[in-house]
Design a protein. Sequence first.
Length: 325
Amino acid sequence: MASMREVAERAGVGIGTVSRYLNGTGYVSEETGSKINAAIKELDYTPNELARNLFKMSTNIVAIIVPDLSHPFFSEFARYAESELYGWGYKTMVCNTINKSNREKEYLEMLKRRMVDGIITGVHSLDIEEYLKVSQPIIALDRYIGENIPLIGCNHNKGGELAAGKFIQSKCRYVVQVQGATSVNTPAHDRHTTLESVLRREGIHVETKELLWNRFDYDYFEKIADEILDEYPQIDGMFGSDLAVSAVLKRALERGIRVPEDLKLVAYDGTYLSKAVYPPMTVIAQPIEELAKKAVELILELIKGNKNIPDKTILEVSLQEGKTT
């Protein structure tokens, strides 16, 4: 493998000039740059990316921490974010915590040791103290972590209103909603409190089924679906994430419960799963691609040293009609 010194000798310039040209850290004339570029091509020279990044105190790597990549929302978010980061010349490192908090701490240590330039975190960790010890760039996806860590998410109050409106329009009288663990401090809970408030004002009965912390496996959602259909035989409306609703849809059809004639379903997220089942779900869709792009934009601004980042960035949700209402 050719070295920088060999490139300098072939181009007839000093090694410092080659370094300035490669790193863009000083003036190099157009003529000299052409000589260096020609020498690089002749020698098939590949710059030492690690050395260059160490020189610039940068890795050009952003870590994305999610609870479980098998969850359709997090897998879509990570895919869109990786694509956006690549367009800006960054590589992506994805951390799939799968209930193991030590993995999360390891990635935070990597950030502190400058092995990655920034972190976008969407985990539902119950321990935020480790995040508060870090001064490097972090963006939180739908999670209140600390006043110095910007949050990006959606207008969940609006999502709850839209879902409630759909149940009212569908003349539901007994709605069960599936909510994530309330021990997690996330604005996502707002959609459930809003839905309940709106429906109760209309005299509609609402029950809430709370999930265990950080459980995203489909077997668990099928178990929850069976519990809902067993415990609430009078149910005529159900609200939850795409995963939760798809499990209830499956179990309901297996039991001969007609959807939407007997049971109306409104899902929240709008991932591929909402369209992969039959009948396709009515959903309150989060703009996942836009969320990912905006999260990348914010983390790159923090990496560049821009401190004028809003504490909260909130995007709008939308109602997408399916055939479950």
